[in-house]
Ligand binder design. Structure first.
Ligand code: GDP
Length: 463
């Protein structure tokens, strides 16, 4: 009331519910012999995305995190099941496997973490939130079917994310299996098998008979070793939400993958707009555990709400801090999303970005009705590269523009060019939501002319 009265005397008609600006607040505070200080706003998002400096001496090797990608029906689920059965149930007696979205296997005394959702959708959803979940992608290619459209999609998603690819040539038990043909097809996508003088590890396997699976696991460990995957287990935990749901009895249940530090029961944490204290942790074998270190997936109970898959979680000093993290996340996330949508690549602002020196590479995805057109558009677009910008075709394929194309464009800041094809309804909705520039053409020449004009800053504005 005293403040309202003071303001009133100054001619400012306010009520207790009014917000006043900082300068006014500062002046009023002075009248009450107080020095006002602006509240320091923590930039939660920056804090979350920050890859904090790590002391090299505190880093220790951690298990690799692996996902399985490939064309539908090539055996991704079967392979994940086969690995789980031979290496989790038999070798770790007493455990009942739980589906928590990820599992760990032990081979030769070393561990590997598998993300249990096959396909690149889950993986790309995480990347869209700015988080990389995976170290190595297992590309499953059926030996009787060879490289198919989703195989190519998977290759390009993995390449765009910069992760290692190991090829599992599956179904070698089938009489129609043709391993050499698969290798031939892979080499057309810059995956040259080692025995062909390249550097791509290809392991023939059968999810049905189990043949080759141990070799595949050994190759994963070898790749992990070469890449020197490390993390500091003795710091506050942070990682990713892999999946989450509301359980009738337990409340919000989230599977998290710890990426750094160690998470303990009792730790306060924030995950996106959710916060809480870890009440209990359950591992992939259904056992209650007290702590989880780097690369370990655990199901946690105790969050206030169900977080989104792909959200980053952080351990905080107190529950209060966790709550304020979550609050700020809610208020800032909206703004950030808007900003991101605005800053997505579009042909219209291509020239200004080139001029500002913000853009060195123009990423393009080409979809067309026939392979011949894909190649023709690709070749012509590549020729548009100049001293300032290199045109890169990060993915090309036959068929309608699908959601996978759009998510790849969104995470790689690419534009999509469709030639005699249309986006399907989910792709269209996702493109609108993510602000992906999607252009459809009937004549190859028009597509090339538009990109060329955009690069020169001469694109006619669209009204
Ligand atoms: P996903 O769509 O990639 O997850 O493929 P699935 O794991 O569902 O497998 C598709 C089909 O291929 C199923 O009928 C499997 O039984 C079969 N399959 C998977 N792996 C093998 C294998 O190694 N050998 C044979 N013969 N069939 C397999």
């Amino acid at each position: 009331a005293a403040i309202v009265k003071k303001l009133f005397m100054q001619g400012k008609i306010v009520t207790v519910n009014h917000e006043i600006d900082y300068e006014t607040a500062e002046e009023i505070a002075l009248e009450f012999n107080c020095i006002a200080e602006p509240e320091e706003k923590v930039d939660v998002i920056a804090e979350l995305l920050k890859e904090d400096e790590e002391d090299e001496s505190k880093m220790v090797p951690r298990p690799p995190v692996v996902c399985v990608m490939g064309h539908v029906d090539h055996g991704k689920t079967s392979l994940l099941d086969a690995i789980r059965h031979t290496h989790v149930i038999a070798k770790e007696a007493g455990g009942i496997t739980q589906h928590i979205g990820a599992y760990m296997v032990t081979i030769n005394g070393q561990k590997i973490t598998f993300l249990d959702t096959p396909g690149h959708e889950a993986f790309t959803a995480m990347r869209m939130r700015g988080a990389n979940s995976t170290d190595i992608a297992i590309l499953v290619v059926a030996a009787d079917d060879g490289v198919m459209p989703q195989t190519i999609e998977a290759i390009n998603h993995a390449k765009a994310a910069g992760i290692e690819i190991i090829v599992a040539i599956n179904k070698i038990d089938k009489p129609s299996a043709n391993i050499e043909r698969v290798k031939q097809e892979l080499s057309e996508y810059e995956l040259i098998p080692e025995d062909w003088g390249g550097s791509t590890i290809c392991v023939p396997v059968s999810a049905h008979t189990g043949e080759g699976i141990d070799t595949l696991l050994e190759m994963i460990l070898l790749t992990a070793e070469v890449n020197e995957l490390k993390a500091n287990p003795n710091r506050k935990a942070r990682g990713l939400v892999i999946e989450a749901q509301l359980d009738k009895g337990k409340g919000p249940v989230a599977t998290v993958l710890v990426q750094k530090g160690t998470l303990h029961v009792g730790d306060p944490i924030a995950a996106g707009s959710c916060f809480g204290k870890v009440r209990a942790m359950i591992d992939d074998k259904g056992r209650r555990v007290k702590e989880a270190g780097p690369s370990v997936p655990v199901e946690i109970l105790g969050l206030s709400d169900v977080p989104n898959a792909g959200e980053i979680f952080v351990q905080t000093d107190s529950e209060k801090e966790a709550r304020s993290f979550a609050d700020t996340f809610i208020s800032e996330n909206k703004e950030r999303l808007l900003e991101e949508t605005r800053s997505k690549m579009s042909l219209d602002d291509l020239f200004s970005q080139i001029q500002a020196g913000n853009l060195k590479e123009l990423n393009i995805i080409v979809k067309a009705d026939v392979q011949g057109s894909v190649e023709a558009v690709k070749q012509s677009l590549l020729k548009l590269s100049n001293d300032e910008v290199v045109v890169k075709i990060i993915h090309g394929g036959v068929g309608a523009i699908n959601e996978s194309d759009v998510t790849l464009a969104a995470t790689s800041n690419a534009i999509i060019i469709g030639f005699n094809v249309r986006p399907d309804s989910t792709a269209k909705a996702t493109a609108e939501r993510e602000g992906v520039d999607l252009r459809l053409y009937r004549v190859i020449y028009d597509a090339i002319a538009d990109v060329e004009a955009a690069m020169k800053g001469m694109l006619d504005p669209i009204y």
